[in-house]
Design a protein around this ligand. Structure first.
Ligand code: PLP
Length: 403
């Protein structure tokens, strides 16, 4: 999508607008798939990153499955046309009844807790297979919010508890058909990833019934020039090789699974916002836009850097701005950004908004969630209507006695 296409999309569909480029999503999917040459890896798209039905269908057409972390996400996947067998369910701290519901729907179950494993064994014995989420205790990246494999993490069963796992699965006859790890987002160092994989290979000796290994995700994408990104081809080549060796030792060819979210959709998405005010204070010039932390929370939540461009003024002289939202909270989308001179009503494009953008949006300040559009075959098509005032109070119950 070039600037002119983005501008005409904003004009046609209004702002704030999330817009996703179908071509980029397809290319990202293919590039990841192709990084594992000679191995037919199975990619389960983590739909918590972006769950619009059209995006799910686009990826389904590419051959993707889904990684769901809640029963609601499973239902979104089924509604989009995925088979239960193409959905991996990786819950954490959910009610046991939700796990039962997922089992009844027939999706793959990933268990990340010994007490759940024991309860599951008691109820299902050998009748329902499961996968185990192991925590290899490796650090991926530096941000503890998005690094979920380390020692203090609430995710997974510690790799040091293998002996306990073994007791439980033997006692109940549980069929463990998969081993899983997800070390969290932003893996910078391919070798950290490989180290995690090797720990899973070692653990595999405890499990004779394996059919697949799932190495989760955490592929880092570039947010700004010069960012270190995960070298997908390096990881692909290394993992393919080590996995082949592992399968030989294990004595059987296993499937290799991944669960990319951000890698597939981050760069495909832009959040288009409009400038409401340009406000000069003693210390800075603010560009205040018709959006904020209610629509894109990553800058405030993770201190994430999202590139911002003024697409309305390509010839404008560059000046320094802090781009802020309209929410009554500090909601700075970008500090000290060089932007082409910003004027009221200009459209700013916020990059890398495809993953964890819309799905993390909310109604704080009683603001409405933005519309979503898909740029496909050279045209921007609406794929989610902008919310209306009615959406804000749809579920409210008015008490007679207070009327
Ligand atoms: C969030 C999540 C993913 C996707 O992570 P990305 O960094 O978006 O690729 C994969 N697997 C599980 C279990 C997750 O919770």
């Amino acid at each position: 999508m070039d600037s002119l296409q983005l501008l005409s999309s904003a004009e046609k569909l209004g702002t704030p607008l999330y817009i996703y480029d179908a071509q980029i999503i397809q290319n990202q999917y293919k590039s990841l798939k192709n990084a594992f040459k000679g191995k037919d890896v199975k990619l389960h798209f983590a739909l918590k990153a972006l769950n619009n039905i059209n995006i799910l269908r686009l990826l389904k057409a590419e051959g993707a499955g889904l990684d769901a972390v809640s029963i609601e996400e499973i239902y979104l996947g089924l509604r989009a046309g995925f088979l239960p067998s193409d959905i991996m369910y990786t819950p954490n701290c959910v009610a046991y009844s939700e796990i039962v519901e997922a089992i009844n729907l027939g999706v793959h179950l990933n268990i990340d807790n010994l007490s759940i494993l024991e309860k599951f064994g008691n109820d299902y014995g050998s009748t329902v297979p499961c996968c185990l989420r192991l925590n290899p205790h490796i650090m991926a990246g530096g941000n503890s919010n998005i690094s979920v494999g380390h020692i203090d993490s609430k995710f997974g069963i510690s790799i040091h508890q293998l002996r306990h796992i073994e007791r439980i699965i033997q006692h109940y006859g549980i069929q463990v058909t998969g081993l899983h790890m997800h070390t969290g987002s932003d893996i910078v160092d391919a070798d950290v990833f490989i180290r995690g994989a090797e720990l899973l290979y070692e653990a595999a000796t405890f499990f004779p019934d394996l059919q697949f290994m799932d190495f989760g995700s955490g592929f880092k994408v570039g947010y700004k020039e010069g960012d270190i990104v995960t070298d997908i081809n390096k990881i692909g080549a290394k993992i393919t090789k080590s996995f082949e060796q592992f399968c030989q030792t294990y004595g059987r060819e296993l499937e290799l699974w991944f669960e990319p979210g951000k890698y597939i959709v981050s760069a495909a998405g832009k959040l288009l916002v409009q400038v409401n005010v340009v406000k000069q204070t003693t210390s800075t010039v603010f560009a205040g836009v018709n959006s904020g932390q209610n629509h894109l929370i990553r800058p405030m939540f993770y201190n994430a850097y999202h590139q911002i461009d003024n697409i309305s003024n390509p010839e404008g002289e560059q000046k320094l701005y802090s781009v802020v939202g309209y929410i009554c909270e500090s909601d700075t989308l970008g500090y000290d950004r060089l932007l082409n001179e910003v004027r009221v009503d200009d459209i700013l494009s916020i990059s890398n908004s495809g993953a964890y953008g819309f799905t993390m949006s909310n109604n704080y300040n009683a603001r409405l969630r933005p519309a979503e559009a898909l740029f496909i075959n050279g045209e921007a098509q609406l794929i989610r209507k902008r919310e209306t005032l009615e959406d804000l109070y749809r579920n409210e119950v008015e008490l007679e006695l207070l009327k």
